[in-house]
Design a protein around this ligand. Structure first.
Ligand code: FES
Length: 179
């Protein structure tokens, strides 16, 4: 990678781990403590929906129908309500994604600075199309609107790590880092 590309100082939210487990329990151990802590910060269970969905996705990688049903049970909501909220936000994945979820900003700042070429090179490197997961289950490339680091285009987020100043020539090095 060129010297200009660098990970951002802070990790992104929602955090998504590379070792996510679609069958991870909701929620046990440290995650049960986090769940209880989240509930304690809100006036009712419904108000805690977004952070709880975020934590479920962090653990399982995406929000399957079973995950949505379990979250609904825990928060005493209907699955339809939970699904309607989850589908409103692009940060929530409603279908499985690869171990590395690669989000490329195509907001105006990044778009003007060559995001399209970065997307094309990433798709070629992963052998996928937008939103598809590679056959080996490693990669999913998606386009997103503004990752909040507009001064450092093009911005790419891989799981919970944000890369700034990504140029097409950086894609090869980035892919090696992910392997
Ligand atoms: S436009 Fe790309 S981070 Fe804002």
């Amino acid at each position: 990678m060129s010297e200009s590309i660098h990970p951002a100082v802070c990790s992104a939210q929602p955090s998504q781990r590379a070792d996510k487990n679609p069958d991870a329990p909701l929620f046990e151990g440290a995650y049960k403590e986090r769940f209880d802590h989240i509930l304690s910060r809100y006036p009712n269970k419904r108000a805690a929906l977004l952070p709880v969905l975020n934590m479920a996705q962090e653990l399982r990688g995406w929000l399957s129908p079973a995950t949505i049903t379990r979250v609904a049970e825990l928060l005493e909501l209907t699955p339809d309500y939970v699904r309607s909220v989850a589908s409103f936000y692009t940060m929530f994945q409603l279908r499985p994604v690869g171990r590395h979820l690669i989000q490329v900003c195509i907001g105006i700042g990044c778009d003007l600075c060559g995001a399209e070429e970065v997307v094309e090179d990433l798709l070629e490197a992963t052998g996928t199309r937008i939103g598809e997961t590679s056959r080996d289950g490693k990669y999913t490339v998606v386009e997103v609107e503004c990752l909040g680091a507009c001064g450092f285009p093009t911005v790419v987020q891989v799981n919970d790590k944000v890369y700034e100043n990504v140029k097409p020539e950086d894609v090869e090095g980035l892919m090696k880092e992910l392997d």
